[in-house]
Ligand binder design. Sequence first.
Ligand code: NDP
Length: 251
Amino acid sequence: MSDLGLSNKIALITGGTRGLGRAIAEKLAEEKVKVVVTGTNEDRANRVANEISLAYNIETLSLKHDVSSEESTKEVVKCIIDKSKRIDILVNNAGITSDGIMMMMKKENWNKVLNINLTGAFNCTKFVSKHMLKQKSGSIVNITSVVGVTGNVGQANYSASKAGLIGFTKTVARELADRGITVNAVAPGYISTDMTSKLSDKISQEILCKIPMKTYGSPESVANAVLFLVSNMSQYITGQVINVDGGMVMY
Ligand code: NDP
């Protein structure tokens, strides 16, 4: 097996406590990356970090974190730097939905989704990339969504945040490309997690009809794409969006 060059690297995975974030944290832990998992629920973050540490025999760190808050993000990055002196990988994964058709959508629900999904990634990238610039190395992966490209009825806020994340990825990739830092995005289609378990059976069936592979993806399929993008297998790849969607969206 080839060495992916990840052993002992330090990775911050926002929203690493459940669903895709947890799968990403475990996938990196398997490669001996020291993972920092964050979420708004401190107990869950502590429990998950302990479980990962025991399962993969690596050091982990858990921190309470609200990505939408500059202060909270500054504090999280400071804790990581105080403890580990560096930060090699950032996965901007934390995200929420708050669906409703646009005409009925309250501004509060628009702002909440944009603040967490898009401004959250800005906050984390800003504070983390400062250290990556000093190190002259780093990998950033933003978890966007296919609906950022296709749009989706009832998700004006969510799809706008995910479309914004794609533009953000490409811009930051250009800004940091000659500093040894890659910035890419992974766009999942429909993956079985708490987020999609909220969908009604009717909607789930409608979605399945639109997936050429006729099945929802697993969190691990997304984690595999992230692993590739943070490993030495993708050193010459930046500013790209990889769809993990069973063929739902083809350009
Ligand atoms: P889940 O709802 O299962 O998990 C969301 C994670 O984000 C949790 O760990 C949660 O932790 C954390 N989180 C929520 N709000 C905040 C916040 N303000 N600050 C920090 N962490 C926060 O979602 P998924 O795993 O399904 O989704 C993960 C990402 O993938 C999201 O960005 C989502 O938009 C994207 N995605 C998911 C798809 C899917 O089909 N599941 C498809 C396309 C994209 P806590 O509960 O402790 O706050």
